[in-house]
Ligand binder design. Structure first.
Ligand code: 6PG
Length: 246
């Protein structure tokens, strides 16, 4: 897999590195294109990064008025539900920074997978003024089964070549099953994809994805056509990698 692999000593160092990269990319996008589109991931891993972005020095580095937030996936629960990916970002970041409300492009997943994915498709076409998005940054996590966003192994959404958002179904830990997810065409449109992976429990899947045969896992299908792919790992998550990174 053609990816930059960066190994940090621990989860806090990973969060600091991710926050710094977010801030750097946001400044570059705002200066050169007037706005910065970032896709947030859910689950537990990104929360420390979201919290750091609301704190100095990163809070002052980010041009919040130019930042537009999107989601890679969402559970079909109300936005104030603790299981909501929006709720995670709102508590850790959105409620703590001067982000214009119109810049928050939430998946209205409580409407149900079909209605919410159709609405999100329209919102993306509207934002990008056409059917081909070009996110400046896509943050992703990976599950122990190799899923990313809500693209799970065997999901029909993995075959989608045109739609940007689709309904999805999860069977993962005891997390909500009904989902909305961005598709591979949407995720792979990014200028920069940044996987954030932390903890010993992910060491096996990280090794399989980064050093195993291509194609077995949804996370391996994340290959930005005209962008950069980076895996930020903490030492425990990288502990089973055979190739030592420089
Ligand atoms: C979700 C996420 C999902 C997540 C992985 C890893 O809605 O659950 O978008 O893709 O990134 O499941 O989750 P953890 O960070 O909690 O391990």
């Amino acid at each position: 897999m053609d990816a930059e692999i960066v190994i940090l000593p621990d989860a806090q160092a990973l969060a600091r590195e991710a926050a710094q990269r977010f801030a750097d990319l946001a400044r570059e996008a705002a200066e050169s294109r007037g706005r910065f589109s970032a896709v947030l991931s859910g689950g537990s891993t990104p929360a420390p990064t979201y919290r750091l972005l609301a704190e100095e020095p990163w809070r002052s580095l980010v041009p919040w008025a130019a930042v537009h937030l999107f989601w890679g996936d969402e559970r079909c629960v109300p936005p104030d539900d603790p299981e909501s990916n929006y709720h995670l970002a709102d508590a850790a970041l959105i409620s703590r920074v001067p982000l214009p409300p119109e810049n928050i492009h939430r998946m209205q997943a409580a409407l149900g997978p079909k209605a919410a994915s159709d609405l999100y498709e329209e919102a993306l076409v509207d934002y990008f003024c056409g059917p081909w998005p070009r996110f400046d940054l896509v943050l992703l996590g990976v599950g122990e089964d190799g899923h990313t966003a809500s693209l799970f192994p065997g999901s029909p959404a993995l075959q989608e070549a045109e739609r940007l958002a689709l309904p999805a179904e999860a069977r993962y830990q005891n997390r909500p099953a009904q989902r909305v997810t961005l598709t591979l065409p949407a995720l792979n449109s990014a200028r920069q994809v940044l996987f954030l992976v932390s903890g010993e429990a992910k060491a096996g899947i990280v090794q399989a994805i980064l050093e195993g045969p291509e194609g077995d896992y949804p996370a391996q299908r994340i290959q930005p056509a005209a962008g950069e792919l980076t895996w930020l790992l903490d030492q425990p998550a990288a502990s089973r990698l055979r190739k030592k990174q420089d």
